[in-house]
Write a protein that binds this ligand. Structure first.
Ligand code: NDP
Length: 338
């Protein structure tokens, strides 16, 4: 059985969902309440592969909210992720994806040193970040959407915001080795990590957001921002493609510049209906078919009986592993959202 650990995008979102699910007493509560709330298994899932194989899984809501980072409630954030992992393990989930900020918190706060969660000794081989499949799907979105828009990638400039991150660096490796884009613009805050990535790739220009965006035919957004940024004052190329893979989204509002196409990044569509409720709660447009690519990675590992932490650690995503999980993705009936 596979598992998915997820969270909602903001306190407001959590309050809204509580009302929708018929818990008004939770819907009126503030951040303190969510800091104290334990993880919950809130969905039982059945997925059928395009091959006919069937698997089952559970969704664990960690009750983490991004405000816990910005309001310096780091201890609560860490507790949420460790408790959700212990909950997944106690439910006997063999391979569980750490969705959204769960894996970022795990890495940023070195939670591999916190194996003991009360009476549960965490076995990290039962968890995956899901980032290899996410990076693969985002690259497929770049390639396929560029083709639809008539953008020739060998002549194109692609900016990656969050380039030094786990997903961002995987995306840069693929765009460099497989897609052969003309120019790569690398955006993040820490200059040492940017220079290390530039050294590894042997290419790429390091630029700030304001300088990079007007030059880019395509922008991949994979920065770990607790809240989206407003880029309405920055002129963008026409046509251009913005692929927003952040969760919560990196872009805070609809972009209304003519010729600018925005695509939800890191989202896959499954060819068959998935029997679950959770994607409705996160407002996916076609909730029985669409899901986050990181969640799909746990399903793929279960389908393939590869019950191991396929994506683990930081900045270790290789092009070969992206191709491997990509082949499984196609085989089992997933395709990138376009
Ligand atoms: P990482 O923490 O590994 O990397 C984050 C990157 O963002 C780093 O390069 C970081 O560099 C950069 N960054 C953070 N804040 C800013 C900022 N304000 N401006 C510019 N760059 C910034 O994160 P992941 O790669 O694991 O995840 C990236 C995003 O993808 C997250 O939003 C996550 O929730 C989402 N995600 C989506 C999935 C899906 O299935 N669609 C699956 C998993 C994750 P620096 O700190 O130097 O600025």
């Amino acid at each position: 059985m596979f598992g998915l650990i997820g969270h909602l995008t903001s306190l407001e979102h959590a309050q809204e969902v509580a009302h929708e699910l018929g818990y008004p007493e939770y819907g009126d509560q503030g951040l303190d309440f969510w800091c104290a709330a334990p993880p919950q298994v809130v969905d039982h899932i059945k997925v059928t592969s395009a091959t006919g194989q069937q698997i089952e899984g559970k969704y664990v809501e960690s009750c983490f909210l991004p405000e816990m980072l910005s309001q310096r409630r780091i201890k609560a954030a860490i507790r949420k992720i460790l408790n959700a992992m212990a909950c997944a393990q106690k439910n006997d989930l063999h391979i569980t994806a750490l969705g959204g900020f769960s894996s970022i918190i795990f890495e940023n706060f070195n939670l591999k040193d916190n194996k003991q969660v009360r009476n549960v000794e965490l076995d990290f081989s039962r968890f995956t970040t899901g980032n290899t499949h996410t990076a693969y799907i985002i690259c497929q979105q770049v390639e396929q959407a560029a083709q639809q828009m008539g953008i020739d990638l060998t002549q194109a400039t692609v900016a990656v915001c969050g380039a030094t991150g786990d997903i961002g660096s995987g995306v840069c490796r693929w765009l460099d080795q497989k897609t052969d884009v003309q120019d790569l613009l690398l955006i993040a805050r820490n200059q040492d990590r940017l220079q290390a990535l530039q050294g590894e790739l042997g290419r790429g220009k390091i630029l700030g957001l304001e300088e990079a965006l007007p030059l880019a035919d395509i922008v991949v957004w994979v920065a770990s921002m607790p809240r989206g940024v407003n880029i309405s004052a920055i002129p963008l190329k026409q046509p251009s493609l913005l692929i927003d893979g952040g969760y919560p989204k990196n872009l805070d509002s609809q972009i209304s510049q003519e010729g600018v196409h925005v695509l939800k990044g890191g989202i896959v569509e499954h060819s068959l209906e998935i029997d679950w409720r959770i994607m409705e709660i996160v407002k996916m447009e076609a909730p029985n078919h669409q899901l986050f690519a990181c969640f799909a990675e746990a399903m793929l590992l279960e389908f393939e009986q590869l019950r191991t932490n396929f994506s683990w650690g930081r900045n270790l995503i290789t092009v070969d592993k992206m191709a491997q999980i990509g082949a499984a993705s196609v085989k089992h009936g997933f395709r990138p959202l376009l």
